[in-house]
Ligand binder design. Structure first.
Ligand SMILES: Nc1ncnc2c1ncn2[C@@H]1O[C@H](COP(=O)(O)OP(=O)(O)OP(=O)(O)O)[C@@H](O)[C@H]1O
Ligand SMILES: [Mg+2]
Length: 254
């Protein structure tokens, strides 16, 4: 079992879109996948069509009470082998509630440890911040997947991002590695996109996946229907790109 955080403290770079779609394609390949939504925005939860009003519990309860991850997991009705630990707005209060708690960076790691070896992959969709929720995710993970948006300011904040990973690695989780870097909202027609990719490659070298994710309106529409792209429009460019990324991701696991 491998635990992977999808992390970039910058907002709107494609973390949730990558989480939903990479997980779904991995399920289509026959892997059993759990996606943990640790963002109070709960975009993974709603993007997969889960009604937040009908939950037995959420990741908030897991972090702040005796509830286990298994108590809150929902099996996707859309995709076989896909399980979700949902999040709600309530989670925004957790960072403050956990102040003063012993071992508060390790709560998620401990809870994941109790699941056993039930899944092939666990992905954690991080919020756009460097707070305690993100630290919990990084401490619980074997590796970090970093989406970077192809824009002029792409590398701004990347130093801080890598610094955070290094700090966690040094003091809280020695095994933490960078899984890979995904270039999102790529536009092959512009020089800018290509320049950004080559800048990011100078920094992250072969960690950058060859499969870029293009800017594609269908990818942006799908969550409002509560569907992963493979069910919303499995033939569009965005779907194709996530399918290719999934294959590349799997090749690199060997
Ligand atoms: N490749 C893409 N093409 C077009 N739109 C996209 C693409 N990827 C993501 N989007 C849209 O851009 C917005 C931000 O994407 P997403 O929610 O995946 O980013 P995020 O990093 O999870 O954001 P946050 O930091 O707020 O959690 C969303 O509206 C999403 O639908
Ligand atoms: Mg998100």
């Amino acid at each position: 079992m491998k635990v992977i955080s999808i992390f970039n403290q910058k907002g709107g770079v494609g973390k949730t879109t990558t989480n939903i779609n990479l997980c779904s394609y991995l399920c289509m390949e026959g892997y059993k996948v759990l996606s943990i939504d640790i963002d109070p925005q709960g975009n993974t939860t709603s993007g997969l069509g889960i009604d937040k009003k009908k939950l037995n519990g959420s990741i908030y309860d897991v972090l702040t009470s005796h509830m286990s991850i298994k108590d809150v997991i929902i099996q996707s009705e859309l995709i076989n082998n896909f399980y979700i630990a949902p999040s709600t707005m309530e989670l925004a209060g957790a960072e403050v509630e956990l102040i003063g708690r012993d071992n508060r960076e390790n709560i998620l790691k401990e809870k994941i440890g109790l699941i056993g070896d039930d899944f092939d992959f666990i992905f954690i969709d991080c919020p756009p911040s460097l707070g305690l929720l993100t630290i919990n995710a990084l401490v619980a993970s074997n590796s970090v997947l970093i989406p970077i948006q192809c824009e002029f300011y792409a590398l701004e904040g990347v130093g801080q991002l890598v610094n955070t990973i290094q700090l966690v690695k040094k003091s809280l989780n020695k095994q933490l590695e960078i899984e890979g870097v995904i270039m999102s909202m790529f536009d092959s027609r512009t020089n800018l996109s290509n320049e950004v990719v080559s800048e990011v490659k100078k920094y992250f070298k072969n960690k950058v996946y060859d499969s870029n994710i293009p800017r594609n309106i269908r990818l942006a529409e799908a969550p409002s229907f509560g569907l992963p792209i493979l069910l919303y429009d499995g033939k569009c460019k965005g779907a194709e790109s996530y399918e290719n990324l999934t294959k590349e991701f799997l090749r690199r696991q060997k």
